[in-house]
Each structure stands twice: as C-alpha cells, then as structure tokens.
Design a protein around this ligand. Sequence first.
Ligand SMILES: O=C1O[C@H](COP(=O)(O)O)[C@@H](O)[C@H](O)[C@H]1O
Length: 251
Amino acid sequence: MSQTQRGELAVFPDAAAVADEAARRFVALAQAAIAERGRFTVALSGGSTPRAMHERLAAPPLSTAIDWERVFVYWGDERMVPPDDADSSYRMARDTLLAHVPIPAANIVPAPTVGGTPADAARAYAETLVAQFGQDVPEFDLILLGIGPDGHTASLFPGQPEPSAPSADLVVAVHDSPKPPPDRISFTYRLINAAHNIMFVVTGADKAEALNGVLHGPPNRAHLPAQGVQPTAGSLLWLVDRAAAQALGAS
Ligand SMILES: O=C1O[C@H](COP(=O)(O)O)[C@@H](O)[C@H](O)[C@H]1O
C-alpha cells in the first residue's frame, strides 16, 4: 500500500486479486457501517470491471457475512436505458449480485431511466437521495468507482460541462457521452466527495496511461475527470492490478 497525492494505492498481481480485495473491503465496510449506524449505503459503478467483485459478494462465504436487510444500494451513474437493457448498470448488478442475496427489493434504488429526459432523471434521483438520507448532501458509506481509458469516472467525461458552481446539483444529466450509450446521469463531484469511503477498482492495461495521469499528472480534472474525486473528509482508495499500474511514475 502506498500514498499518492490522490489517495491510497494498492497494486495486486491480477484482476482476480483486485476483485478479492474489493469484495473483502466491501464486506468490512458494510459490517462497520451497520454496527455504527444501523445501515450500509453504497453506490455501485457500472461498466464491466465490477462484475468480478459482485460475483464474489454473491456467493458464500462473503454473501453470508453481510446483513443484507440493512444494505441500501444506489448507482453512481446510470445509462438512460430500460432496466432490462444490456447497457443498464442496474441490470448488470442485478444479474451478478442483487438477485443472489437476500436484499429487500425496497432497498434497491435504481435511477428512473424510463419515461423522462436525463434532466428529469437526474433531478428525481437527487430528490430521492436527499429524502432517503435526510441530508442536503447525502454521505454514502461507500461509493465505488471505475475509470475509463480516457480518465472518465462515473459518467463525468473529459470536456463535458460541469454543473455550474455553486450549484446545488448532486446528480447531473449527461448528453453526448463519448462512450455509448450517449444519454446518462451521473453523481457530481459534490456528492461523490461527501462519501465516507470512495473505492476505485481499476484493472487492465488499457487504463494504465489514464491511471498514471490521474494519480501523478498535473491537476486538470476537465481533462482527467477522475482527478476531481477528492473526498472532503472520507477515505480514498485505489485498488488496481499490475497491468493498470504499469505506467505509474512513467511521466
Ligand atoms: O461507462 C462507464 O465506464 C466506467 C468504466 O467501465 P469499465 O467497463 O471500463 O469497467 C464505469 O466506471 C462507469 O460506471 C460506466 O458507466
């Protein structure tokens, strides 16, 4: 484990070892939050990287180490597609994790992606979060994030307009995403950075250059949006495999 200017970094031999560690930490954070606050609130990420962690959480011994009745699941970003669409992050999490554990349906809170615009969905999801957390800026116990080869995180992409400061926006509409599908919603930095724990899970050589830029490059979050993740008071941890770490310190 080493400290970088943008959080703690742990490098593992391969993607399987990263998934093992991410799942182990998920369980530990869930147990601690439930012991301290009676519930565990987590925002999942999309894409393909989280699948392996989900699969570990979905099976014993980890699946039985969590009191799922007290777990509340949200998404840090979502694509504006129906929940059964192959691009839905909700669907991926349902199929790989949520359908296999005894979590009450009411504790699963996907973004409303059907029947409105991305702006409608962003507004409605933000209102739901504020109401359910009872906080103006909800403080998640854990927000899971990935990065793309372009340095995007959640659905905050390079060159996309940020919500205008000092906007109260917690969730934003995203149009023309460079990665399909084009319409999405995303947590903002304001919401992400309020979390108690933020955990990036990054694997694969295609992420190596972006990872190095995010961790060691000059500050430029318009160019590398993952740099904007800087928790106000919480912890920030990067779990990465050797392939993704291969360019660290190279420039
Ligand atoms: O589009 C997205 O991409 C990133 C990275 O996805 P991956 O497939 O490379 O793991 C993901 O973190 C984000 O939630 C997702 O919407």
